[in-house]
Write a protein that binds this ligand. Structure first.
Ligand SMILES: *[C@@H]1O[C@H](CO)[C@@H](O)[C@H](O)[C@H]1NC(C)=O
Ligand SMILES: *[C@@H]1O[C@H](CO)[C@@H](O)[C@H](O)[C@H]1NC(C)=O
Ligand SMILES: *[C@@H]1O[C@H](CO)[C@@H](O)[C@H](O)[C@H]1NC(C)=O
Ligand SMILES: *[C@@H]1O[C@H](CO)[C@@H](O)[C@H](O)[C@H]1NC(C)=O
Ligand SMILES: *[C@@H]1O[C@H](CO)[C@@H](O)[C@H](O)[C@H]1NC(C)=O
Ligand SMILES: *[C@@H]1O[C@H](CO)[C@@H](O)[C@H](O)[C@H]1NC(C)=O
Ligand SMILES: *[C@@H]1O[C@H](CO)[C@@H](O)[C@H](O)[C@H]1NC(C)=O
Ligand SMILES: *[C@@H]1O[C@H](CO)[C@@H](O)[C@H](O)[C@H]1NC(C)=O
Ligand SMILES: *[C@@H]1O[C@H](CO)[C@@H](O)[C@H](O)[C@H]1NC(C)=O
Length: 679
């Protein structure tokens, strides 16, 4: 008879078998189903990098997308592409020079064709006739094909709904109205890196949908009459442009981004009065070579010459060609790597919405911003003409020769957040000299000494003073300036006075004092309760200051100092928050590495531990031994310091146990004896 347990067992077995069968069955079904679906979706095929010399035969007629790029196809004959559903075809990076006339007849739906990097400068007539049958083309890339003006024109025949066109890297020299005459609905045209020296009037004007025009890396020298009302982004970077002039006709322009970087501009571009310009890239030009006054008057007369206007229309006495900047909603201007020796305050202060101004790599020495000619304020005195930069938040002044930024100037930046003064010669003022009874004292003292007052700039959050040759940071230098990030790196031999960082205790999150040749005693930090990142690399510090246990550091860089060890309890405290620690370039003691264990325990990353060196007992520096210290030290050290090993511990435990057992047995015996004695 079968016992109940056996019955249950057999039942369970049966069930499992059944379940398995049904599952595998459904799996098989599932497979066939997905297989079919997969078949259905064979709409995309990639044949890239297959060394193909012709279009493969027998392609699925339902194909919608075909990638044949990076092969060695030279010829497409009229039978090879019978793919009526094809929407996208990529033939870039082949050796295509012959496209038979009917080759594209059976891909009439094609919307995107990429022919970049082929040899389409050959057989232009027949090739272009082949392309002529693609009436639905929206995107065409014929960059890098060695095309000249006439060839490009032929390839653009009959492209009435073309939207995006790429002609980069060809040999176009002169753009004429014929070029786009049959592709009038393009929205984006890229003709970078050609040899264009002239653009005839009427070339782009009829392209009413044109939004993006990229003519970077050509040979244009002037833009005498910019008239493209419709274009939003115009890229003229890396030409040889000396001036950019818009003849004012009151028409509104859509222009939002203008890139004139890497040209030969002497003047600011003369942009249309009514525009939407937000980003102006003028880096690497020669603006600022002329003094501001000369610049403005020369620009004025240039404009008159070109437009043959004798009088500037709205003849307010002190208005000039740049007065209409007041209407410009510019938020970003890059003037880095130009030739400014002084700040063109009057011109720039028209830009009331400017948020970011980059003036790095110029020759600015002094932004004194005292009485300015043309200003509307009083002479002398300390009442300033009301020139301000009300929206400016990011000011990059790195790599100039700046010694001074006057308090007036800093006060004209009511919303400044980030000030980059890296690589200048700025001396922070001693606030003690500034706390005079009245504003007047403060000002006169300030203008006498050439120092910059970083005191009481309530909006400033990030300040970079790296590499300024600063010798002393006085007490309270940053008081009432709630900095979040401060870079004091590469000010060799800087002395931080006691209380130099006073006022930053609860705001500062990132501090660098790297490369200052600082000794431990020169390093007097307060308790910085918000500090997350501290970089004290490249100094002469031999003890990590214990005050940093105040800070919830997540990143600490102590590379290249004179550390031999780290205080264990300090490391214990730090490793609660620490994510990353950099330690290489110190000569740690190979045998004093308890700090390392604490860090390992808390899984703190030490990316450069392999490169860290330690000093062994016999006085040699060893690389890579730090993590293997115990192994190493136990061989070298006298037994007194050596930690007992496992064998010794076991022997001791065994010994103690035997002694204890003997003792217990003995006591028991004695007690029992006593007990029986009583009984
Ligand atoms: C590509 O194909 C040609 C012949 O068609 C052959 O000579 C060549 O070795 C092939 N190259 C590679 C990388 O397979
Ligand atoms: C303009 O073109 C240059 C060169 O290709 C490119 O580096 C730059 O980013 C472009 N500018 C804009 C604003 O897109
Ligand atoms: C300013 O320009 C310099 C040099 O071109 C660049 O390195 C820096 O990142 C720019 N600064 C800003 C805030 O864009
Ligand atoms: C204004 O600044 C110039 C230097 O740019 C200086 O020579 C001149 O003395 C200053 N004027 C006043 C009133 O401080
Ligand atoms: C760094 O400081 C030491 C004294 O602490 C001095 O001897 C050395 O010259 C300094 N190095 C530099 C580069 O200033
Ligand atoms: C610390 O500063 C040095 C010198 O500026 C820099 O090379 C290093 O990357 C910085 N460390 C970290 C963690 O950013
Ligand atoms: C380690 O730091 C703790 C406080 O963080 C301090 O009490 C102790 O004296 C330090 N030990 C050494 C050896 O400096
Ligand atoms: C010092 O010890 C290391 C590691 O044990 C050894 O490789 C090295 O030869 C020793 N150097 C001297 C000078 O004894
Ligand atoms: C240190 O120990 C690890 C394993 O714990 C080993 O892979 C590595 O080779 C050792 N390094 C040296 C320099 O002995």
């Amino acid at each position: 008879m079968i016992r109940p347990t056996e019955t249950t067992f057999s039942l369970v077995l049966l069930l499992v078998l059944l379940l398995y069968c049904s599952l595998s069955h459904s799996l098989i079904q599932f497979n066939t189903v997905t297989g079919r679906i997969h078949d259905d979706q064979q709409e995309t095929t990639s044949w890239r990098f297959r060394n193909l010399s012709s279009v493969p035969e027998g392609l699925d007629v339902r194909l919608r997308e075909l990638d044949l790029s990076n092969n060695v196809i030279r010829h497409i004959n009229s039978q090879s592409l019978g793919l009526p559903s094809l929407l996208r075809l990529d033939l870039s990076y082949n050796q295509l020079e012959i496209i038979s006339e009917g080759a594209f007849r059976d891909v009439a739906q094609l919307q995107e064709l990429n022919l970049a990097r082929n040899a389409l400068s050959h057989n232009v007539d027949s090739n272009s006739r082949a392309l002529g049958s693609l009436h639905r083309l929206r995107r065409l890339d014929i960059s890098m094909n060695g095309l000249d003006d006439d060839a490009a024109e032929l390839y653009l025949r009959d492209k009435s709904i073309l939207e995006r066109l790429d002609l980069t890297g060809n040999g176009l020299t002169r753009l004429t109205p014929k070029l786009f005459a049959e592709s009038l609905s393009v929205t984006s045209v890229r003709i970078e890196n050609n040899l264009i020296t002239a653009i005839e009037e009427g070339t782009f004007e009829p392209l009413k949908e044109l939004k993006i025009l990229n003519l970077a890396r050509n040979n244009l020298v002037y833009i005498c009459d910019f008239k493209l009302y419709q274009v939003k982004l115009l890229n003229l970077s890396r030409n040889s442009i000396e001036f950019f002039v818009t003849r004012e006709d009151g028409h509104p322009y859509e222009l939002e981004i203008l890139d004139l970087s890497f040209n030969n501009l002497l003047y600011f571009p003369m942009v249309p009065k009514t525009n939407r310009l937000r980003y102006l890239h003028l880096q690497s030009n020669m603006v600022g070579t002329l003094e501001t006054d000369t610049l403005i008057s020369e620009a004025d007369s240039l404009y008159r010459e070109l437009t043959s206007e004798d009088e500037v229309n709205d003849a307010a006495a002190n208005s000039n060609i740049y007065s209409n900047w007041r209407l410009m909603p510019l938020v970003y201007m890059d003037l880095s790597s130009n030739h400014f020796r002084s700040l063109p305050v009057e011109t720039l202060s028209h830009l009331t919405s400017l948020v970011t101004l980059n003036l790095s790599k110029n020759c600015l020495q002094d932004i004194s911003y005292n009485t300015t000619k043309g200003g509307s304020g009083h002479d002398g005195g300390y009442h300033r003409p009301s020139l301000t930069f009300p929206s400016l938040r990011y000011l990059d002044l790195q790599n100039n020769g700046l010694r001074q930024l006057s308090t007036f100037f800093l006060e004209a930046l009511p919303n400044i957040e980030t000030l980059n003064l890296k690589e200048n010669s700025v001396r922070p003022c001693d606030p003690k000299d500034q706390l005079g009874p009245s504003e007047t004292t403060r000002v006169s003292l300030n203008s006498m000494s050439s120092c910059v007052s970083f005191w009481n700039i309530k909006t400033l959050r990030s300040l970079d003073l790296q590499d300024n040759g600063i010798k002393t940071l006085h007490q309270n230098t940053f008081e009432r300036t709630p900095l979040v990030s401060l870079n004091l790196a590469s000010n060799v031999d800087i002395i931080l006075d006691n209380g130099a960082l006073e006022g930053l205790q609860s705001s500062l999150q990132s501090l660098s004092i790297s490369g200052n040749n600082m000794t431990t005693s020169a390093l007097s930090l307060p308790c910085l309760k918000a500090l997350r990142r501290l970089n004290m690399s490249n100094n002469n510090v031999d003890v990590v200051p214990s005050i940093i246990s105040c800070s919830p550091l997540t990143e600490l860089d102590v590379r290249n100092n004179g550390l031999t060890s780290m205080n264990e309890s300090l490391v214990d405290r730090l490793s609660l928050d620490l994510d990353v620690l950099y330690v290489s370039g110190n000569s740690f003691n190979c045998c004093d590495t308890k700090w390392l264990k604490a860090l390992n325990r808390e899984k703190v990353k030490i990316p450069d531990l392999d490169r860290a060196v330690c000093l062994s007992v016999n006085g040699t520096l060893l690389t890579g031994l730090l993590p293997n210290h115990s192994l190493h030290c136990s061989l070298e050290l006298s037994p007194k310091i050596t930690e007992p090993n496992l064998g010794q511990i076991i022997i001791i435990i065994l010994f103690v146990s035997i002694v204890l057992i003997t003792l217990v047995v003995f006591v028991k015996k004695v007690c029992c004896n006593t007990g029986s004695f009583i009984v």
